[in-house]
Design a binder for this molecule. Sequence first.
Ligand SMILES: NC(=O)c1ccc[n+]([C@@H]2O[C@H](COP(=O)([O-])OP(=O)(O)OC[C@H]3O[C@@H](n4cnc5c(N)ncnc54)[C@H](OP(=O)(O)O)[C@@H]3O)[C@@H](O)[C@H]2O)c1
Length: 257
Amino acid sequence: MAKETALITGASSGIGLEFAKLFAADGSDLVIVARREERLKEIAEELSSAHGITVHVLAKDLSKPKAPEEIFSHLTKEKIQIDVLVNNAGFGKKEVFSETDKEMHLDMLQVNVTALTHLTKLFLTGMLERGYGGILNVGSLAGFQPGPNLAVYFASKAYVLSFTEALSEEIKNPDIKISCFAPGPVRTEFGEKSELADSLLFKISLMDSAPAVKAGYEGFRKGQTIVIPGIKQQLVPFFNRITPRFMIRKLAKRLNT
Ligand SMILES: NC(=O)c1ccc[n+]([C@@H]2O[C@H](COP(=O)([O-])OP(=O)(O)OC[C@H]3O[C@@H](n4cnc5c(N)ncnc54)[C@H](OP(=O)(O)O)[C@@H]3O)[C@@H](O)[C@H]2O)c1
């Protein structure tokens, strides 16, 4: 089989960067996407010299509706075939919905939901024609319950989980792997940017990014539909199923404070 190329969004830091390192260590060529171009170039330099792979840098703002189409046409023009798409770029912010600027929420939905769906649509077609490939969507444990104080973020991750699960059931070819990586809190820039770093949620269940992402990578390679790193974290969906919904909402609000 020809050498695999993985496109990773949000590869300039955190979880996306860890995924880039794991794909690179396994010899995959990469296309890395984010807004911070200089940082992407440094990462490209580092990974290509460490692993002898080709890394293509694409600086794009995924809150812009045209970005997925621009990425796809650029790669088509350059004749770069994408075998694995890692939809990782995303952000959240602690806020009370009614008191928050609408632009921030619309951008969040564009990046976390619409760009992820658009990129999946664009790249999945080629994977189906070739009969192999993979889509690894980065959701969150947040997708398993409502999230007062981060209402839009939690809802966006519920979409990612639901969409990815449905897709994995529709696509019956075992050579096309469809996986949702759904971690709880992970030590990245997200904690500070979302203002969740001092929340109870982060205090009780923060994981380092390298082991968390390694579990996500291995689960994806094995074809697991949902991958939750950490034993405590794996109990959350079960706990949510046996707990009355009103209690889950109240607990989530407390944890997000
Ligand atoms: N850390 C956690 O606790 C945690 C838990 C569960 C799920 N997640 C999910 O994991 C994913 C990665 O987050 P992280 O924890 O690694 O946080 P991070 O360190 O802040 O990384 C976020 C990445 O997304 C990129 N990004 C954000 N907005 C973008 C935009 N408009 N256009 C293009 N790229 C954009 C950032 O790149 P630029 O700033 O350079 O554009 C960065 O590379 C997100 O989907 C997040 O929701 C995180």
